[in-house]
Design a protein around this ligand. Sequence first.
Ligand code: SAH
Length: 211
Amino acid sequence: MRMRKKKNRESRIERCDELLIHEPFPKSKWNNVFNNQNPIYMEIGCGKGGFITGLALQNPDINFIAIEKCVDVIILALEKTKNLGINNIKFILGDATILEDIIAPGELCRIYINFCDPWHKSKHAKRRLTHSNFLNMYRNLLEPVHGELHFKTDNAQLFEFSLNEFSNDNLKLRNITLDLHKSNFDGNIMTEYETLFSQQGMPIYRCEVLF
Ligand code: SAH
């Protein structure tokens, strides 16, 4: 997500400081951060936060952690969360590659990935968030047996690549659709990218992966 450099970046982040978790990360102690024993779901690459805030409002008994690597984007997600008075989301400014330093094995129940960068060139395949290296990491972070990954994209090539990665990993799939908005899937929460792409008439691909 390309963004213009935000004005007053530091002071804007400071105003939302209680929502942003810094190092040292509370690995294995996220329940203490939220001050309850509720299940924890994570979104990787939350962008401007429209999806995670919508989900958190609908699910007050779930805790959410959102990781986003772009500071100028996470500011908007932080401000949205603060303005809505949401207290079941915490944010991490960082890259998904460091997730194992942040989250303990089995600490997550679900991971959401929405409209991640497709990394068109095959020499960059390892950067795709559905590459088998990432799947191995997710397997470790997700609780055994019930862990799930929910994935949406507008990109047919990335969806095809991802289905092959899931299949090579013997993962079970559920609710696969090649056109989410024309499917009978209930309760979809739109992301910012999803709104843009669907306004252009593009179909949205979605599936759920059972770990
Ligand atoms: N999920 C949002 C944004 C999609 S764009 C939406 O659907 O509207 C992809 C987002 O993921 C960008 O904001 C980008 O900065 C972030 N991102 C990409 N790779 C990442 C990574 N490895 N770790 C954390 N964030 C990442």
